[in-house]
Design a protein around this ligand. Structure first.
Ligand SMILES: [Zn+2]
Ligand SMILES: [Zn+2]
Length: 283
C-alpha cells in the first residue's frame, strides 16, 4: 500500500474577492453582508493552511485580476508556513455557442483554464464569450489545461452544465478537446460522471488521445468552504508546472478527499415533521 502521508491536498476551484465585487448572485452578496471574511488571496491561503490544503486553484469569472494579488500573497505567506502552499492560477471562462433557433441558449458552458506559466499568458487577448472550442484553443496556446467544471451540480440539478449549457452530444464533442472534468456533486451524480468519463476515455483511446482526468473541487465563493474537498496528489509536487504535468500523466493516481465535517454532515431535519416539531419546541 502506498504511504498516504506522502499525498497532499489540492482544491482547484476557488474564487476571490474580485468575483464578489462583480455581484454575481444574491447568495454572494448575502454572505459578504453578513460580515464574513473577504476572499483575499491571503485569507484563502490561511484558510487552506488550516485545512491542510497545499495547492489552491484560484480562478476568476472571465478575468485574471486576482493573479497579481495571489502571487504577492504566496510570496509573503509561503516562507512562514509548514505546508509551503502555492496557487495554480486560472480563469473560469464564460463561453458562447451558436444560436441554432430562437429557443436554444446562447450561453455556452463555463471552462476552467489553469496556467502553470502565468507570466507567459497573453492576457491582452483573454477570450470572452468565444466558442468553447476557441477558448480551449487559447488555453492550450498558453500552455494551460482545460477543465470542464460542474457538469452536474448537487442541489440544483438544473444548474448543472449537462442539463443546461449544452446537450450530451455537445459535451461529447468537447470531450475530445478538454483535458479534464470536475466533479463537485453527490455520490450518485458523481457516479454518472464517472460513467461518462469512462465512455469519453474509451473514445479517446480509439483516437489515440490522452485520457482525461477527473478532479473534485469546491467552487468556493466564500471562505467557509475553501479546501473542504478536493484531490490528493503526490507530495513531490512543489510547483504549478509539476502539478499540471502530474494531472496530464495517464499513470498518475488522483484520489479524492472530503473534510469529515462534510461527509459526516447530516441534514439538520430528517423530515418536514421533525422541522415542525423543533419549531414548536422552541416556543
Ligand atoms: Zn462556473
Ligand atoms: Zn466557479
Amino acid at each position: 500500500m502506498r504511504e498516504r502521508e506522502n499525498l497532499i491536498k489540492a482544491d482547484l476551484h476557488v474564487h476571490t474577492r474580485f468575483d464578489l465585487e462583480q455581484k454575481l448572485d444574491n447568495l454572494v452578496l448575502e454572505r459578504t453582508n453578513r460580515g464574513n471574511l473577504i476572499l483575499t488571496a491571503k485569507n484563502i491561503l490561511v484558510r487552506s493552511g488550516r485545512n491542510g490544503v497545499t495547492i489552491v486553484g484560484l480562478v476568476g469569472h472571465g478575468h485574471a485580476q486576482h493573479w497579481e494579488e495571489a502571487l504577492n500573497a504566496q510570496e509573503e505567506y509561503q516562507p512562514n508556513s509548514e505546508l509551503k502552499p502555492f496557487f495554480l492560477l486560472g480563469v473560469e471562462f464564460p463561453t458562447r455557442r451558436k444560436k441554432v433557433d430562437w429557443k436554444s441558449r446562447f450561453t455556452g458552458p463555463h471552462l476552467l483554464g489553469y496556467f502553470p506559466y502565468p507570466n507567459e499568458v497573453d492576457l491582452k487577448i483573454l477570450p470572452k464569450h468565444l466558442s468553447p472550442e476557441e477558448t480551449i484553443h487559447y488555453i492550450h496556446e498558453n500552455k494551460g489545461v482545460a477543465v470542464l467544471p460542474h457538469l452536474i451540480t448537487d442541489l440544483k440539478p438544473q444548474l448543472g452544465q449537462l442539463f443546461s449549457a449544452f446537450t450530451l452530444k455537445e459535451a461529447e464533442a468537447l470531450a475530445l478537446l478538454i483535458d479534464g472534468v470536475e466533479k463537485n456533486c453527490s455520490p450518485a451524480a458523481n457516479q454518472l460522471l464517472d460513467d461518462l468519463v469512462l465512455k469519453i476515455n474509451q473514445e479517446r483511446q480509439e483516437r489515440r488521445l490522452r485520457p482525461i482526468f477527473s478532479v473534485i473541487s469546491t467552487d468556493s465563493h466564500g471562505l467557509a468552504t475553501v479546501g473542504e474537498k478536493g484531490i490528493l496528489v503526490s507530495g513531490e509536487i512543489k510547483s504549478p508546472p509539476a502539478l499540471v504535468e502530474y494531472l496530464l500523466d495517464p499513470e498518475a493516481v488522483i484520489e479524492f478527499y472530503e473534510n469529515p465535517r462534510i461527509s459526516n454532515q447530516k441534514p439538520k431535519y430528517t423530515s418536514v415533521i421533525d422541522f415542525f416539531r423543533s419549531g414548536f419546541a422552541r416556543r
